[in-house]
Design a protein around this ligand. Sequence first.
Ligand SMILES: Nc1ncnc2c1ncn2[C@@H]1O[C@H](COP(=O)(O)OP(=O)(O)OP(=O)(O)O)[C@@H](O)[C@H]1O
Length: 289
Amino acid sequence: MIQLNQLSKSYKTNEWALRKLDLTIGKGMFGLLGPNGAGKTTLMRILATLLRPTEGTGTVNGRPLTKPEEIREIVGYLPQFFQIYPQLTGREFLEYAAVMKGIEDRRERKRQIAELLDKVNLTDKAHRKIKSYSGGMKQRLGIAQALLGSPEVIIVDEPTAGLDPEERVRFRHLLGELSLQRIVILSTHIVADIESSCQQAAVLSRGSLRFCGSLEELQAHGENRVWEVTVSEREFAGLSPLPIVASRRTGSGIHCRIISSEAPAADAVTVPPTLEDGYLALIGGNRHE
Ligand SMILES: Nc1ncnc2c1ncn2[C@@H]1O[C@H](COP(=O)(O)OP(=O)(O)OP(=O)(O)O)[C@@H](O)[C@H]1O
């Protein structure tokens, strides 16, 4: 279990990248959602002990954040901008990463690497140079690297950016499988990434925790706040300050889906929210901060 108490981080005085975060994360896949700049990477880096919190405390499976060397033994991390050496083969890269992780026994390294290549479905590409890999293959290699040493916790920061839909689905499936035995934290601003695989999620916005709970509860935030209406082009221009989450031209005008606490037009009707509507209703319709 991960427990955070009043965790805060400021890079500069008077600006909080994270503000008094109280959060408990149990086994399984946990989604961390938030617009760009919400503080997700900051939180991931604190949990991976690459950053120290400015204030507050936290434990990862009982080990305090103040003891980074203890936490690093049980945490695997795939950063947002994962750098790998293009001239190495997949196997050479994992060999290098295993040495860096302190897996000293050569036979044990070989065993783990073979097992992980199999798990991420890269065994038959392991002898190829990384520069020939697709984005999805690189991300799967990144996950293999994060899994070296069988960590109890895996932290993955925006892993699906730049992947095509097929690779995205495959990558999500792999994370889901990994979360059966451990905590997997998946940080993203793409709601669909967590929809199919996470049991619980948290939403960060401007460094503060806006929500923590089940996906059903997150979806429910959109209840009675999602409207559909068909308007003329002139009326459409008048709607512009409202968060229009979808619009398409039809024979009778422009059909809009709008998130608003009040009816955006006299003939607008409320419709059941999707998970993304619930998320957008919570953060006020802004995907970017
Ligand atoms: N090294 C840094 N120095 C100063 N400010 C920083 C630094 N890293 C992040 N910040 C600021 O902290 C806030 C949170 O950034 P963070 O990268 O954690 O957000 P995020 O949710 O991961 O966003 P994104 O999805 O864009 O990666 C932002 O206002 C950002 O500008």
